[in-house]
Design a protein around this ligand. Structure first.
Ligand code: SF4
Ligand code: FES
Length: 329
């Protein structure tokens, strides 16, 4: 029972008890009832009061239950239902699959149902699980972090897990193909060995002259906010390889280091904690390095993390113009 119910009982008894007392005294005085009858009457009235309050309590509890259901379940679920159903469509997904034996791309067409929450990766995985299990797709995080699901969607190098299906489709059709700057393995899967080895060549990591101290650091390497802000935007690279695929130079010259590796040279060269100095910049000083860049800007255009490799490469050129790559004796 709620506090308010006890209050009702209290006020009811404040009125009922004196009223009964007066009535019983009159009846007793006039000889209509005996003293034992008074106890029976009081017991009956008490029971009646409890019955009324008990009934009221059960009834109001039931009512609350009904209200709770209508407040918390039926109304929001109705809204969710409307949202989920909004704009569901059947799209044509054309996948240019790389056939390793035939060594050519073959277009396969599938129909996929999607709504505004469906990504291209979702569509590919639904094709794989419901229509064609032989389709090869690489993915891992499904949230734009691992860089595994890179492919070309409607002609643009993109992360499949971050590309909305409906918004990207044109006339209810969407075309998916593997990246071309990386060797093809199967269907939409490309080989990243060369891409990773180019990244490895630039020594991605902090270089300290005192190796012993680096291995057994006694304190952290302090850095001001201003120092950190210089390289921070370039440290967001997830190595998805999309910039490499968009770059016209990387597509025509396999020896070109590529926008990813070059932007990472800049990232470490501008980190105040790094002590590689001119040696780091020297890694970019060749025609296969920064000087090979024709500043098309496509790398920065497609980067899903806003890294801007084109700006990094031009900054490397400026540093080399300024002679910062010269090793002093
Ligand atoms: S720079 Fe951007 S596009 Fe290039 S690998 Fe890094 S995250 Fe991907
Ligand atoms: S699955 Fe990880 S970035 Fe797309």
């Amino acid at each position: 029972m709620k506090t308010s119910d006890y209050m009702v009982m209290f006020y009811a008894s404040m009125i009922a008890v004196p009223f009964l007392f007066v009535v019983e005294t009159l009846l007793l005085a006039s000889g209509y009832i005996k003293f034992t009858d008074i106890i029976e009457i009081l017991t009956a009235v008490g029971l009646a009061v409890y019955c009324v309050i008990g009934f009221k309590e059960v009834y109001s509890h039931k009512k609350r239950k009904v209200n709770r259901l209508s407040d918390e379940t039926s109304i929001p679920s109705k809204e969710i239902k409307i949202k989920h159903n909004r704009g569901e469509k059947v799209l044509e997904v054309i996948i240019k699959r790389f056939d390793l034996e035939g060594r050519r791309l073959e277009a396969h067409t599938y129909k996929v149902k999607g709504n505004r929450f469906t990504t291209v990766l979702d569509a590919l995985l639904s094709i794989k699980s419901e229509q064609d299990s032989s389709l090869a797709v690489r993915y891992s995080c499904r949230m734009g972090i691992c860089g595994s699901c890179s492919m070309v969607v409607n002609g643009r190098p993109s992360l499949a897990c971050e590309t909305p299906l409906l918004d990207t489709a044109k006339e209810d059709r969407i075309e998916v193909e593997p990246m071309r700057a990386h060797p093809l393995l199967k269907d939409l899967v490309t080989d990243f060995d060369d891409f990773f080895s180019k990244h490895k060549k630039i020594h991605p990591g902090l270089f300290r002259e005192d190796k012993k101290e680096q291995m057994n650091a006694s304190s952290i390497y302090n850095q001001s906010r201003e120092e950190r802000d210089v390289y921070l935007p370039f440290s967001y690279c997830i190595m998805c390889g999309l910039c490499q695929d968009a770059c016209p130079v990387a597509n025509s010259n396999k020896d070109f280091a590529g926008p990813q590796a070059l932007s990472q040279i800049y990232r470490y060269a501008t980190d105040s904690r790094d002590q590689k100095g001119p040696k780091r910049l020297n890694l970019a000083n060749s025609l296969e390095g920064a000087w090979g860049c024709e500043f098309a800007g496509a790398c920065s255009e497609v980067c899903p993390k806003g890294v801007d490799p084109a700006a990094a490469i031009q900054s490397l050129k400026f540093k080399m113009f300024a002679g910062e790559d010269k090793i002093s004796d």
